[in-house]
Design a protein around this ligand. Structure first.
Ligand code: NAD
Ligand code: MG
Length: 394
């Protein structure tokens, strides 16, 4: 791993992870300072030299100028675009930062603005921001004129390792999160590790949980890599971050390539929900007001999924211990007690039943036979989950 990290120090060429689907393929390009080279990186895939950037107010202040520079020129020498080409016409739509923007009202505002700008079928929507911007802009792109080309430029660790790859887009409704949406695959993803330098460490840790999750599901070597390099990722080492993103995207690309639309009942994309049934229940109880980030809920949920796996006799205690030790060493939340809130086991289980639909008193969960060996278990009893939540102090 050390050799790989040296090879990735700033200035080195970016990594490319291809995502291959049945009727579509695109590259995830991972490296440092990609925004400034966005014009050159995207030119081969843009159907028209015209883009509309959707971003949030926080990211606009921090990173939009560099992207605009990268798209519209300002570069000379090898990195400049072909001088014979016309400049890329660029418009910008700014939304409010945070989950509160993933609404029908904000979707309407963004799509109205796109239409007002007179976008054409070949105009590309670029999402510059975290998963909120990616999901909202992606859904606007999926539906405006029945589908505009879409580029993801994720700026949070969570969006670089998870939400920007796979084509799920959407918004929240009063009935629940992500209930209106579409599959809309991007034509390119640019993950620029330089953008992570402005990300609060709490957000960095939240994204890191999804990397650990990928290892736990099906890539024991990735988990081992995390044990050796996780500290560097969270400390802001760009080389370690690029490698973590590469490994997580390789993993997600493999899963998504195998089950693009989450049609497989047990394996495939459903496994990406490891830790999420517990996590969503905690999120539903704490509301979505920033007290508990999604990745923090997932971090705790991963531990709970492994505890369930151990208790049901699928998984050895040593794997649970190893997971807990790793998360704790990096300051990740692992226990419900870390949250300084009181929860009722019954209420949490009610959320899980709502989330997954219980059948005959049995719940469906993603569990593990060990690190890197997740599977879907449709036969988890309510009592088992109840016991675990009681042991966790609920
Ligand atoms: P986010 O987009 O809200 O970003 C978190 C915060 O960080 C925001 O306040 C944002 O303004 C700020 N920010 C973003 N980039 C920054 C930077 N470089 N420097 C400083 N601040 C920055 O949240 P997120 O965690 O990126 O994504 C969460 C969303 O992603 C949720 O809505 C979730 O449902 C969705 N999601 C979607 C998928 C998918 O497959 N589509 C997968 C996982 C999560
Ligand atoms: Mg998640």
């Amino acid at each position: 791993a050390a050799a790989v990290i040296t090879a990735l120090t700033p200035g080195k060429p970016p990594h490319i992870v291809p995502v291959r689907l049945d009727r579509w393929q695109y590259d995830v390009t991972i490296g440092t300072d990609l925004l400034r080279h966005a014009g050159r990186l995207l030119a081969p895939v843009l159907p028209q030299r015209r883009v509309v950037i959707v971003t949030d107010e926080t990211v606009a202040a921090l990173h939009l100028p560099r992207l605009l520079e990268g798209l519209t020129g300002g570069l000379t020498g090898d990195l400049a675009g072909d001088p014979a080409e016309s400049p890329i016409r660029t418009d910008v739509i700014v939304i409010g930062a945070g989950e509160a923007s993933k609404t029908l009202a904000e979707y309407e505002r963004v799509t109205n603005r796109l239409l007002e700008l007179g976008v054409e079928r070949g105009t590309t929507v670029i999402a510059l921001g975290g998963g909120v911007v990616g999901d909202l802009a992606g859904f606007a792109a999926a539906t405006t004129l029945r589908g505009l080309p879409f580029v993801q430029i994720p700026t949070t660790l969570l969006s670089q390792v998870d939400s920007s790859v796979g084509g799920k887009t959407g918004i929240n409704t009063p009935f629940g999160k992500n209930l209106l949406g579409a599959f809309h695959q991007p034509i390119a993803v640019l993950a620029d590790t330089a953008t992570l330098s402005s990300l609060p460490v709490r957000e960095l840790r939240a994204g890191y949980a999804e990397i650990v999750k990928a290892g736990l599901i099906g890539d024991a070597a990735l988990f081992e890599w995390c044990e050796a390099n996780g500290q560097a990722v969270l400390a802001g080492d760009a080389g370690a971050q690029a490698e973590a993103i590469r490994l997580a995207c390789l993993f997600k690309a493999r899963v998504v390539g195998d089950d693009e639309r989450e049609e497989k009942k047990s394996n495939g994309r459903a496994l990406l929900n490891l830790g999420h049934t517990f996590g969503h229940a905690l999120e539903a109880e704490l509301g979505y007001d920033g007290r508990l980030l999604h990745g923090e809920a997932v971090s705790i949920g991963l531990g709970l999924a492994f505890m369930t796996s151990v208790r049901m006799g699928f998984c050895h205690q040593t794997d649970l211990d190893r997971l807990m030790a790793h998360l704790q060493r990096l300051g990740m939340p692992t226990r419900i007690a870390d949250l300084n809130a009181s929860f009722s086991a019954d209420r949490l289980i009610a959320h899980m039943q709502h989330d997954k639909k219980m059948r005959d008193g049995r719940l469906s969960f993603v569990l593990a036979r060990g690190i890197g060996q997740a599977f879907t278990c449709r036969d988890v009893s309510r009592d088992t989950i109840h016991d675990i939540l009681l042991m966790e102090g609920c």
